[in-house]
Ligand binder design. Structure first.
Ligand code: GLU
Length: 502
């Protein structure tokens, strides 16, 4: 296979927003396609109208855009295998199901849900498990048990489904790039429905036909589809088509060890599950996603890429280009992976570090809205001094405000503790030292204060005066940044506050 012929697809059903597992599947497909100079396709599997949720498609497109992993072909992008909506390909599926019927790989079944339920109960009573399989199908109402005449009659008057006819007694082997060889005894497979009574194909039929017609070379999808793959392999064989390569991705597990994450458990998780915000159609309630919570798409994608794939190098921070370069299906884990919110915060911090211009613009807006005047150089210095303390861009003000404004209040606990005459005396003395310091640099200040007796008491007092709490960067740098006048002004402000209180 020439590497240029790689064609992969992301094939979501429009049943709601994508969760972490869904977007990771898209990402791995994208990385694999790009690595091999191939094509990444978006196909919308929308034949199950009952499960359709409005706005899902737009959500999927917007998510892929936000992550910078846009398809080359498919819904929203066009391409030679149009249409990329399964709902618009129904005629194609009918054409192919007829081939299966003719070749004897499929049959009509007329059993209603009620009939099947009744049979199931009968079997259960006898201590047997019911399954629409090669043995029990002969006890049911289908074209295998009816005469030709009965069949024609039924086809005219009853609704029916079309089922795949599993050939029993075979050892079916398939190869998965991640899991290796997997073998199943066809005696354990049931005759799955391929065409529903409303004429719509099931996932198995439509998915397989489309993968073949769209010349998909690698089927990369979640582990939950692994068991269906045997049927897909049988379908390929029945049609006489060659198989694509398969790679089934490990599940993403909840960190409380209670199974996989899904759209259903959004509320009970302590981390966001959606990449971008989702507005629940019925209630109009908005659930924020990683984007709204301040995560960078680069960090989100970086975290997601490593959630189940091990690049085999020590480095953990990667750009999308680096991920493409390193990606390989063989290095994907077999077992489920746990999601760790702390790790994604760390990824965000690391990627944010590369976004100084954006942080500058953000901080500039913050000070502009507060009508604070300050030089660009000063702003840059503040950013360099505080960038390592933030995980999110919106945290920059919280960690740097004291470079622009005097604290409006003081941390209660500490303030109450130091609220006595002695503190005033200490601050007054320290103030004199500051007055005399020339040039007023952090190096000089540090040197000076190292020599004084009660330095351990004075330093926290300075911090309280300048920052309002015991937080912040190196106190001598803060002093230098604020300058002599402003530093002394803030110390006097604290002295006055103490005087008011005692
Ligand atoms: N429509 C399926 C889904 O919603 C696609 C599974 C596959 O990729 O084969 O995930």
């Amino acid at each position: 296979m020439s590497s240029h012929s790689v064609r992969v697809r992301f094939a979501p059903s429009p049943t709601g927003p994508l969760h972490l597992g869904g977007i990771r599947t898209a990402l791995y497909n994208y990385l694999f396609a790009k690595k091999h100079g191939g094509t990444f396709i978006l196909r919308i599997e929308d034949t199950d109208r009952k499960r359709f949720v409005e706005n899902s498609e737009l959500y999927i497109l917007n998510t892929l855009k936000w992550c910078h992993i846009e398809p080359d072909e498919g819904v929203g992008y066009g391409g030679p295998y149009y249409p990329y909506y399964q709902s618009k390909r129904i005629d194609i599926y009918h054409l192919y199901i007829n081939q299966l019927l003719k070749k004897g790989y499929a049959y009509y079944a007329f059993d209603t849900d009620k009939d099947i339920d009744k049979k199931r109960k009968e079997y259960n009573k006898r201590g047997l498990t019911f399954s629409y399989n090669s043995i029990i199908r002969m006890d049911l109402n289908n074209s295998l048990t009816l005469t030709t005449e009965q069949l024609h009659d039924k086809l005219r008057s009853c609704s029916y489904v079309i089922r795949f006819k599993i050939k029993p007694g075979e050892k079916l082997k398939m190869y998965d790039i991640i899991r290796g060889n997997i073998i199943v005894d066809t005696d354990h497979l049931d005759d799955k429905i391929l065409l529903k009574s409303d004429g719509a194909p099931t996932y198995h039929l439509a998915n397989t036909i489309d993968d073949h017609l769209m010349k998909i070379t690698h089927v990369i999808r979640g582990e939950e589809w692994l068991s269906s793959t045997f049927l897909h392999v049988l379908l390929y064989k029945a049609f006489g088509w060659s198989l694509p390569h398969f790679a089934h991705l490990p599940l993403i597990l909840r960190n409380n060890g209670k199974g996989k994450i899904s759209k259903r458990n959004t509320g009970s998780l302590n981390f966001p599950i959606y990449p971008i915000q989702w507005k629940i159609p019925k209630t109009k309630i908005i659930i924020p996603g990683y984007r709204e919570l301040g995560y960078l798409p680069e960090a989100f994608v970086n975290m997601l890429a490593l959630l189940g794939w091990n690049p085999g190098v020590e480095k953990e921070i990667f750009s999308l280009q680096e991920l493409i370069h390193l990606f390989s299906l063989e290095k994907i884990n077999k077992s489920g992976v746990y999601f760790d919110i702390k790790k994604i915060n760390w990824f965000n911090k690391k990627h944010l570090n590369k976004k100084k211009e954006e942080i500058f613009a953000f901080l500039f807006e913050e000070i502009k809205t507060r009508s604070i005047l300050c030089k660009k150089d000063y702003l840059w210095k503040v950013i360099h001094l505080t960038i390592n303390r933030i995980h999110f861009i919106h945290e920059i003000w919280k960690h740097s405000f004291y470079f622009f404004v005097s604290p409006s209040s003081y941390e209660d606990n500490f303030f109450n503790k130091i609220c006595h005459k002695n503190t005033i005396l200490q601050l007054d003395n320290a103030k004199i030292l500051l007055y005399d310091m020339n040039p007023f640099t952090s190096v000089n200040l540090k040197f000076l204060f190292q020599t004084i007796k009660n330095k351990h008491k004075i330093m926290p007092l300075f911090r309280l005066a300048l920052v309002g709490s015991l937080k912040g960067i190196d106190i001598f740098i803060i002093l230098e940044m604020l300058g002599k006048q402003e530093s002394i002004r803030r110390i006097e402000k604290l002295i006055n506050r103490i005087k008011e209180k005692i």
